[in-house]
Design a protein around this ligand. Sequence first.
Ligand SMILES: [Ca+2]
Ligand SMILES: [Ca+2]
Length: 295
Amino acid sequence: MVLGLLALTVQVYSEEKEDEEFPLDLEDFNESDEQLLREMEEKMLAKDIDRENEIATKLVEDVNNVLMPVLEIDPCEKMHCGAGRVCHSTGEEAECICIPDCPEEIDTRRHVCTNKNVTWPSDCSVYQERCFCDSKDKRCTDPSNSHLHIDYYGICQDLPGCSEEEKKDFPRRMRDWLFNVMRDLAERDELTEHYMQMQMEAETNMTRRWSNAAVWKWCDLDGNTDRSVSRHELFPIRAPLVSLEHCIAPFLESCDQNDDHRITLLEWGTCLELEPDELNERCDDIQKNIPHLLG
Ligand SMILES: [Ca+2]
Ligand SMILES: [Ca+2]
């Protein structure tokens, strides 16, 4: 869903060209950029759905285990393999193995630039290589690649710097952007009830306009719900945008004010130039809701 930020913004932008306050420089975007980001968004959304399905499956299992014994199950059905891995079953046993083949990506926007500043043909190929090197597979091309990760999408390039003036203006553009993305998701009915209410509040209460969107995005990024956003958790907002919006990387760096590699809600609010007392930690945690579902 996070990857949709830009795609959504593009869509809103095309509908609201007269809005001069609109953030991010998207004039250079064409339909195929939009299509690409939309697909990336769907990929992320699918991951969210997977997580929800996992929880739902677990609930059903718990109920079924009480009511009836477990019938024959595909051993891979319950396996969740990490990036670059797939489940492989041999009868009753299941294990995660390195993905044998990655789909070929011809579109250079789907290539990725790694932390070693080397362009790889796809995200899949990076995760596959890491898996090979992690598991000492002879297909690993360089043992140090067990720490390989994606820096950003697109081929490696000299990224233009973010000028002082742009840096100064960026928090405002980011606030606008987050608000517009949240509004767009609400219109498409893609927010949970909890965030839908926060969005409505943002529409009607000027003091909540920016802060609710900021809180929503921070909660959304905090995948493991430990109430801080790690560098890893910034990936969905950073990697697809770095080559398109050159101020996003320095902006995100500046958010971790105490340099402990985690962004607290207060730090997030501060770098978006919001007042601390406007920030209430109002995350909607699916996990936290489970006890209620069970009654
Ligand atoms: Ca976290
Ligand atoms: Ca910090």
